[in-house]
Design a protein around this ligand. Sequence first.
Ligand code: FAD
Length: 322
Amino acid sequence: MAQGVLVFAEQVDGGFRKIAFEAVSEGRRLADTLGGTVTAVVLGSGVDGIAGELGKYGADKILVGDDPVLADYTTEAYTNVLCDVVRDNDPGILLLGASSQGKDLSARLAVRLGVGLAMDCIALKLDGGKLIATRPMYGGKVLAEVALQGPPQMTAIRPNVMEIEEVAKAGDVERVAVNTGVVRTRVVEKKLETGAKVDLTEADVIVSGGRGMGGPDFSVLEDLAEVLGGTVGASRSAVDEGWRPHSDQVGQTGKIVSPNLYIACGISGAIQHLAGMGSSKYIVAINKDPEAPVFKRADYGIVEDLFKAVPAITSELKRLRG
Ligand SMILES: Cc1cc2nc3c(=O)[nH]c(=O)nc-3n(C[C@H](O)[C@H](O)[C@H](O)COP(=O)(O)OP(=O)(O)OC[C@H]3O[C@@H](n4cnc5c(N)ncnc54)[C@H](O)[C@@H]3O)c2cc1C
């Protein structure tokens, strides 16, 4: 009988993404409620050394699929190997992160396994042993609670939403047989962003600018982000103007983010933007138009020219921090 929680733990270039710890922690909470175990799966090349780290977040067992073909993510190889692992282990619940990689992988895997998938979930609970997942729909206007067909009951959780908890468990590491199958794609080149910028989907604080920035000089936002230990994002208008790279875009056709604090500067609050940041824990809007729709969604609103308000906040924060 299908039982236990299986968690896919995403790593890139030999280091776990934050979502891996979030997914394992959430898996632990579910397993504790069910009285079951958590098995984490790590795929990659040369990843034996990092696998044990997942024990710290509640994994009873960690299965490692290690093969040079898995060094870079490809949909086919990862789906083939993970599908074998799922079939061999027959979990009751299967968790992945809804990162770019996780969205791609979970969709393909769900079809292969012939089960339902709740994508981009922001909360999970158990109701009589049945998994109920909460997911935003219609650009975040509606929160749907969905039950899943399984086994396994399969969900992909939104990055930066579930709490990371350290609950030390055995974390026994085991190698699994790897059959990557036919892989028709290969990674030819990777272009990494330069600089130490935190990925928007993992950031705790985001200071975003929109068309109200009036040009490519985002230095006032960068200064505030630096004081807050955050990172800079943008609306699509700012990206379309060529002021920021697409990787900074927040929204329906950009990144879905859930920081603790989202500061929207010179952003009107179009539904497509709100779809990307509506699940932030605290939203602060700075806009000179008191009628801007963003204020309806904001926890705190400042009606002011951003070029006055943002430097004032930055200097006050600097003063408070000595
Ligand atoms: C299919 C589709 C997908 C889309 N996907 C996305 C997406 O992923 N992300 C996204 O952001 N948008 C997306 N959009 C675009 C979206 O509809 C809006 O056009 C866009 O979000 C508007 O960006 P903005 O708020 O920066 O600009 P505007 O709507 O032009 O707003 C600028 C705001 O700045 C304020 N302002 C101006 N000067 C100042 C100042 N000095 N100080 C303070 N405030 C000032 C103005 O009052 C105004 O409210 C999408 C649209 C479509 C149709």
